[in-house]
Design a protein around this ligand. Structure first.
Ligand SMILES: *Cc1c(COP(=O)(O)O)cnc(C)c1O
Length: 380
């Protein structure tokens, strides 16, 4: 590509770049870290890296970052207490793909299983269930967004003859509620369900909940069979990414050897991003477990600051225990657009991911105060 953009397209691009830069300053409503600096890695953007196929099996496509991907997987396998020598995983395009993979493994084990998931579950799960042609039952939630265990118990009891596939949320999208694996497993024992599988959608809160060792636990020591996280949320990445971990003996039913790529087709997509594992690797190595933990503690502090600042102007804001998601009654549409704030059933949220500053919160609270005076629906 030797030619240059014409003047009109050049203007178009620079206008877009300025706008994106500007919008990044008003970005407190989605769970995306913005405090990263990967400039050291920019030379790699010249290379068409591709981790096609299974990360554990070398490919003839040697222009890949498998070796770094494996180190990323090992970091998270240890963080989530995956059983030594009996885990497998890969870097995905995000939490949704990891959830699809977990449910895929569950279906291969229990083709006639029923998926139980709460009504606060991420929208992608419903679609995954349709793609996999699985039966499913939606479970009610409590007020804080957590699964209603009595409802789960009743539903499992009604279908005791079918295998149970639980999709547990470790941080729901709107309120960051966490389903309690202890209570779920108690129900499975009480109903004497022999064939069961638990997948954790830990896309949102998995990484920092494990770093801070929050209770109740949700990792492989706590009954999880597979787990999905997002990499572009708490860790942070310019490209969406994530990771899925499963018990290896389950996954061995999936994937066949493909001569064309000289590796095994065990992943959902064929070509896989070769750059995103390097971003994750870089963040993990640079910050280390301790640095990441410290970062999580700082986020919790900003979340507490946000709740207090909102309460101080009379807005009924709250969080689930040790959550970074601050929930409050929906403000005006103008404010939601300005600060890119998601809203559902009259609730909005600010998510205090790494990169959200006190100055931004102060600015938002000042905007909201004016909004309250002008439009008045926020005061309870
Ligand atoms: C973000 C999120 C997902 C989807 O993850 P992507 O990385 O966007 O694919 C799934 N579940 C929950 C709870 C999430 O917060």
């Amino acid at each position: 590509m030797k030619t240059q953009l014409n003047t009109q397209d050049n203007d178009r691009l620079s206008t877009y770049m300025k706008m994106a830069e500007e919008r990044s300053k008003y970005f407190i409503g989605y769970p995306i870290a913005q405090d990263f600096d990967y400039s050291e890695l920019y030379p790699l953007l010249r290379l068409p890296l591709n981790n096609v196929g299974d990360p554990w099996v070398e490919s003839t496509y040697d222009l890949n970052s498998r070796s770094l991907e494996l180190e990323v997987l090992e970091f998270f396998a240890e963080l989530f207490n995956a059983p030594a020598k009996n885990w497998w995983g890969y870097v995905t395009n995000g939490g949704s793909e990891g959830n699809l993979y977990g449910l895929y493994v569950a279906r291969e084990l229990y083709p006639n299983g029923i998926v139980y998931y709460s009504e606060a579950t991420h929208y992608s799960v419903q679609k995954n269930i349709q793609l996999l042609n699985l039966r499913s039952i939606v479970i009610r939630t409590q007020k804080n967004g957590e699964m209603d265990y009595e409802d789960l118990n009743a539903m499992v009891q009604m279908h005791r003859d079918q295998p149970v596939i639980i999709l547990a949320n470790i941080g729901t999208t709107m309120m960051e509620a966490k389903d309690d694996l202890q209570q779920i497993q108690q129900i499975l024992r009480k109903q004497a369900i022999k064939n069961h599988y638990i997948h954790c959608d830990a896309a949102l809160a998995g990484t920092y909940s494990a770093l801070l060792d929050l209770k109740p636990g949700f990792d492989f020591n706590n009954g999880t069979d597979s787990m999905a996280i997002s990499g572009h949320k708490f860790i942070g990445s310019p490209i969406p990414c994530g990771l899925v971990l499963v018990k290896k003996n389950y996954k061995d039913r999936i994937g066949k050897a493909i001569p064309y790529i000289g590796t095994v087709d065990t992943t959902i997509t064929g070509s896989r991003n070769g750059h995103s594992p390097i971003f994750m690797w870089y963040a993990i190595k640079k910050l280390g477990k301790e640095g990441l933990k410290q970062r999580a503690l700082e986020c919790l502090e900003i979340a507490a600051y946000t709740v207090k600042s909102l309460n101080d102007i009379g807005v009924k804001a709250w969080t689930n225990p040790s959550a970074l998601t601050v929930v409050f009654p929906a403000p005006s549409i103008e404010l939601r657009q300005k600060w890119q704030i998601a809203t559902e059933d009259g609730n909005s949220h600010v998510i205090c991911m790494p990169g959200v500053s006190k100055a931004q919160i102060d600015h938002f609270v000042a905007d909201l105060k004016e909004d309250v005076v002008l439009k008045a629906p926020v005061l309870g």
